[in-house]
Design a protein around this ligand. Structure first.
Ligand code: ATP
Ligand code: MG
Length: 328
């Protein structure tokens, strides 16, 4: 069976983008792959986090994975900082990365732009991400479109290491869903929706009440043409809503364009909002049961142990290949 790894940062409440671009695929993939789903808290601290809020976000993210349909009998769910091999291999992968290639990463440029006191870990995020993936002999990494560049770097680092030392790493492929891989901000539809966006109106959070979801979608930025047509360059707002509706209802965008010929934006937005509520409401109900239950800790303990067994082996191989430590 092939292996899948993917991570989500506990850097805030998950967004509709995280769900449609990543989580939704995870639920389908766990049936056919050996899956590792990780709460990447060590990535989250590359930007400042409040410690109590971070703890809460970690727990909430674990509950959301389960509420969305991740089954701990089928997939391994765990917290990155509880498996120490991640930072250790992360360091090793840093020794294989060039500053220049890290500085070229779009996420680094976006997240550091205009900020003072940018941490060096924000720059070295991709080698840690490479370590996350390589530890599990991962074949496939399902992520949103924004992570494609990091995945290419992961492949480069794996190949570089394999060539220089010993061919111990599986070189992973990226898996990006056809629709929903890039959900945009509702207020600035040329920018991706992010859980760390300060503008709450721009983002649909997975735990937003239905009323709030409807309000946010109704006030989403569109255009004055009044035609429901997919054209991301000239009509980014409407195209984003079409993407959301398409992904939420599993209906091709072409069919939706036909269905909405002659229909105004008011009705269209109402339908998008209803579709999103239909997807998120059942998840929210399951979430409220899971977040208060003890099973969450049991799942995370088991996940940590199962992940460590695999990760420690790969780490030992990487150390040996580089000549670290002693031969015993
Ligand atoms: P942050 O703003 O803290 O980086 P984020 O919303 O970008 O948060 P991540 O934890 O960085 O979320 O990413 C988790 C997963 O969600 C990744 O696979 C990423 O590609 C995907 N993802 C993030 N934003 C979107 C989006 N707008 N559309 C589709 N997928 C997305
Ligand atoms: Mg991100």
């Amino acid at each position: 069976m092939e292996t899948i790894f993917s991570g989500i940062q506990p850097s805030g409440t998950l967004t509709l983008g995280n769900y449609l671009g990543a989580m939704k695929q995870f639920v389908e993939l766990q049936e056919d792959y050996d899956c590792y789903f990780c709460i990447v808290d060590e990535h989250a601290i590359t930007v400042p986090q409040d410690r109590l809020k971070l703890r809460e976000n970690i727990r909430s993210l674990a509950a959301l994975y389960l509420a969305s349909g991740i089954d701990p009998d089928k997939a391994t769910l765990f917290i990155q900082s509880e498996v120490s091999a991640h930072t250790q291999l992360g360091w090793i992968m840093q020794t294989q990365s060039y500053i220049g290639e890290l500085e070229r990463m779009t996420q680094f440029k976006d997240k550091s732009a205009g900020k003072e006191g940018v941490s060096s870990a924000l720059l070295t995020y991709p080698p840690l991400m490479a370590a996350d993936i390589l530890l599990y002999n991962t074949n496939l990494v399902p992520v949103g479109n924004d992570q494609k560049q990091h995945l290419e770097l992961t492949r480069d680092l794996a190949e570089r290491f394999n060539r220089k030392y010993n061919a111990i790493f599986t070189v992973p492929e990226v898996k990006i869903s056809e629709v929903g891989a890039r959900i945009m901000s509702l207020q600035e539809p040329t920018k991706k929706m992010s859980k760390s966006d300060e503008n709450q109106k721009a983002t649909i959070y997975m735990l937003d009440e239905p009323k709030k979801i409807i309000k946010k979608i109704k006030s989403a930025v569109t255009d004055s043409e009044g035609v429901v047509r997919f054209d991301p360059t000239d009509k980014p707002g409407v195209s984003n809503l079409l993407t959301i509706l398409s992904s939420a209802t599993n209906t091709p965008i072409k069919d939706l364009e036909q269905q909405y010929a002659g229909v105004g934006y008011g009705q269209f937005k109402q339908d998008v909002a209803d579709a999103v509520v239909n997807v998120l409401e059942p998840i929210q109900q399951r979430y409220s049961d899971i977040i208060t239950s003890d099973t969450l800790d049991e799942v995370l303990d088991q996940g940590r142990d199962a992940a460590s067994r695999v990760a420690d082996k790969t780490l030992a191989k990487a150390k040996k290949a580089m000549g670290l430590g002693r031969v015993r």
